[in-house]
Write a protein that binds this ligand. Structure first.
Ligand code: 5GP
Ligand code: MN
Length: 325
């Protein structure tokens, strides 16, 4: 069943709703949770906007984002409905996965091609550029008014998941949706400045320290970088300051696949995958237990950094060859 109306119906029956996105939240995740939270509050529901990990500083300006319940603090309350947004697998709920063990009505709204149907109601649309687009449709089904605050959150989700309307998930429909949100009062210029022109200095320091790790495969089609815990600690930087780094590896001329290895715990690496125009990195990441989208995916692996790099770079080079055959 892939019916957004059924989810709207379930929400109409609900009273106490918790909304969450995924670990290491991005702009679509924060924007979607905040937008739906504001809409349901407007409709008279008791709402908790939650996330397993803290909201990255660059998204704290979004209406509602500063009020999120983070991590286990969201588990102390009783709810009747659990809305899971932008989260393809239960594992990516982090500590909030515990809510799946309770007798709640669970709704999963997502746009990942690799999304699992783990909820009572699942609405998965891989054609949607962002989960925020689906939340926009859900707000319409619920009869919620798109206030400037809700519009700002939805716009931020679409802006970030389309790489500022540059990636191939951007369609004429994406632009029409963005236009409608600006008409509802989303401050597009301010949002762009907040997200892309107000970076914490630590972000640029991580970039400067990570660029020397950039390597290119002999064929020139795969580029990769790494960020260790030691490097982050030496700069006083946080995990969120690593976000976006992988775009530099992908931007190298001739590169089709970029990989970023970031150590999230000692010996545990989050690997990000990006491709430019040919390789399906969702499939590539799936071979290592992860997933995502055709042009952006990820997985988590344990082991020795050098060995992991050799394994994944080899697999990426092979995937490029297959795509060119
Ligand atoms: P990022 O590299 O920006 O963290 O993630 C890129 C895309 O891959 C996102 O759409 C994200 O949901 C997905 N992704 C990232 N890490 C994982 C993971 O460990 N498992 C799965 N299934 N998907 C992931
Ligand atoms: Mn998304």
């Amino acid at each position: 069943m892939n019916d957004l109306r059924a989810i709207a119906g379930a929400l109409q029956q609900s009273r106490k709703v918790i909304i969450s996105g995924h670990v290491m939240p991005d702009g679509d995740c924060v924007g979607s949770v905040a937008a739906l939270g504001l809409a349901l509050t407007q409709l008279g529901k008791e709402v908790t906007m939650a996330l397993p990990d803290p909201v990255p500083e660059i998204y704290l300006f979004l209406p509602g984002a500063a009020d999120f319940a983070i991590g286990e603090s969201a588990l102390t309350v009783d709810y009747d409905t659990f809305m899971v947004l932008d989260c393809s697998v239960p594992e990516r709920l982090g500590v909030l996965r515990a809510l799946l063990e309770r007798r709640l009505t669970v709704c999963n709204i997502d746009h990942h091609a690799s999304s699992h149907h783990f909820a009572d109601y699942n609405y998965i649309d891989p054609q949607a550029a962002a989960t925020a687009e689906i939340v926009q449709d859900l707000c319409a089904l619920l009869g919620a008014r798109i206030t400037p605050e809700i519009a700002a959150c939805l716009y931020a989700g679409i802006l970030t998941d389309t790489g500022s309307f540059q990636y191939e998930n951007t369609t004429p429909d994406t632009h029409r949706r963005a236009a409608a949100l600006i008409e509802c009062g989303a401050p597009a210029v301010m949002i762009n400045i907040q997200i892309y022109e107000q970076k914490p200095l630590a972000h640029l320091k991580v970039l400067a320290a990570a660029l020397p790790t950039l390597r290119l495969s002999p064929c020139g089609r795969v580029a990769w970088m790494s960020v260790t815990r030691e490097l982050l600690a030496s700069l006083g930087a946080k995990d969120e300051h690593v976000n976006g780094l992988i775009n530099y590896a992908r931007s190298v001329r001739g590169v089709e696949v970029a990989l970023l290895f970031r150590e999230i715990a000692p010996g545990r690496y989050k690997v990000s995958f990006r491709s430019k125009e040919a390789v399906d990195v969702n499939r590539l990441a799936a071979r290592f237990g992860g997933g995502g989208h055709v042009r952006a995916a990820g997985c988590v692996l344990e082991g020795d950094l050098d060995r992991l790099q050799v394994r994944l770079v080899e697999a990426a080079v092979e995937a490029v060859k297959v795509s060119e055959a």
